[in-house]
Ligand binder design. Structure first.
Ligand code: ATP
Length: 414
């Protein structure tokens, strides 16, 4: 039983379509007949922006929408707050249908619930930083004192309160992007829509902004829909990723799920570019706490079994008397051994194949195939073959989000 209730669906998208052109119905009819985007454009001159998108975004998660240029990411996300009107389908926010909202309801939605951060937005050079942040609120008709205090709060959240009275020209590119983020945060939205918000930044500042977003999430847990065409970014910040191809959402899942089970060649091609694995070693992310260690010899299968069951684990690591890692046992295999005639019941019989250990210095690139192929975590040993801990797929993926590991301080040979 879990202590935590499942997060609620914050946004539910149901069979959403966007056709650009004068006769959308004609294009929808052709889509229904199974014609594809290119054929429809050729026959009718109409462009299929998004077709049949259905998914939900959970409260508090960072949901990344990823895909090649022209795959429909921006169109999809702009329909969430009705910057674009869908041709058909529904978008529910907290159960309320956004697609049927009138102008007043839409204004309220954008003022209180959903705000959008763009890749490039113009800061007014003659306005101070805090006035620039307040601009969004002014636009939404918020009273002046309220505007300034909310803007100061937002600047504090992005670490720029000391710059409130400065002018944009005094700020670096990264700081200016923070001002853009602060502008959206000032609305105090439940939902942040971020359209390639960090793509124009140089790589170091981009990583810094990703960390900033993750830090803000720890404090506030907003629901974030983040468009990116960059897998590293998606894996680093995304709780789940939706992959778009030719207007369709072809796969939604955690990075781990997609990595393990890519829907098609297009998705696989994205994940071929997984790069951060090259800069992390197993030792960087090894963790001792997740496993139960079983001494061998000395513990019979029954004792090992009870240790595992006591801790609610399906597997344990077996060490020899000198604490060297010798293998893995699962409860299933232990059960089989317990059924053997007495005298033959050795824990060794229960060792699983494939739980090869890796050295602490091996890079994640090298152990990634093991991590994806095996259902259990991969044990990590030091140069003297002493067991140190395990690396699991989950930890590997999580490690991409760890701000304390930066590419510059993870080197091979540590
Ligand atoms: N206003 C428009 N009028 C006509 N076609 C459009 C319009 N906006 C987008 N499209 C088309 O819809 C499709 C999806 O475009 P969209 O901008 O949503 O893709 P994207 O994945 O966000 O691309 P990018 O990464 O380049 O921003 C493309 O074929 C595009 O040409």
């Amino acid at each position: 039983m879990s202590d935590h209730a499942e997060p609620l669906d914050k946004i539910v998208v149901q069979d959403l379509y966007k056709i650009f052109g004068s006769q959308p119905k004609k294009a929808l009819a052709l889509l229904a007949k199974g014609e594809n985007k290119d054929a429809i454009f050729e026959k009718t001159g109409m462009t299929v922006g998004v077709q049949g998108a259905s998914f939900s975004v959970k409260e508090g998660e960072i949901f990344v929408v990823m895909g090649l240029s022209g795959s429909g990411k921006s169109t999809l996300v702009r329909m969430l707050n009705r910057l674009m009107d869908p041709t058909s389908g529904k978008v529910l926010l907290d159960g309320e249908d956004v697609t049927t909202m009138d102008d007043e309801a839409l204004r309220r939605l954008r003022r209180n619930k959903m705000s959008m951060v763009f890749q490039s937005f113009a800061l007014m050079p003659h306005l101070t930083v805090v006035e620039n942040v307040a601009l969004g609120l002014e636009f939404e008709g918020v009273a002046k004192e309220d505007r300034l205090s909310r803007s100061m709060e937002a600047l504090e959240q992005v670490g720029l309160s000391a710059w409130a009275e400065s002018f944009p020209a005094d700020l670096s590119g990264g700081m200016q992007q923070r001002v853009g983020l602060a502008r959206s945060l000032a609305v105090n939205p439940d939902v942040l829509l971020m359209d390639e918000a960090f793509s124009a930044l140089d790589p170091l500042i981009r990583t810094e902004m990703q960390d900033e977003l993750l830090r803000l999430q720890e404090e506030h847990k907003r629901t974030v829909v983040f468009i990116s065409h960059d897998l590293d970014e998606a894996m680093r910040i995304g709780d789940r990723i939706a992959i778009m191809e030719g207007g369709r959402v072809i796969q939604v899942g955690t990075p781990e799920e997609i990595l393990q089970n890519p829907e098609n060649e297009y998705v696989r091609a994205f994940f071929r570019g997984v790069d951060p694995t090259q800069i992390l070693t197993a030792g960087d992310i090894v963790r001792n706490t997740q496993v139960t260690l079983i001494r061998h010899p000395g513990h019979g299968p029954r004792a090992a079994m009870s240790r595992l069951s006591n801790q609610d684990r399906d597997y344990g690591y077996v060490l020899d008397a000198r604490k060297r890692f010798v293998g893995v046992v699962s409860t299933d295999s232990l059960k089989e051994v317990i059924d053997l005639p007495k005298g033959e019941r050795d824990i060794t019989d229960a060792f699983l194949e494939g739980a090869e250990s890796v050295n602490v210095n091996e890079s994640m690139q090298e152990i990634l195939p093991m991590i994806t192929a095996n259902p259990w975590p991969v044990p990590v040993t030091d140069d003297e073959d002493r067991y140190l801990g395990v690396v699991s797929r989950n930890m590997f993926l999580k490690s991409l989000q760890r701000p304390d590991i930066s590419p510059s301080d993870t080197t091979d040979g540590r």
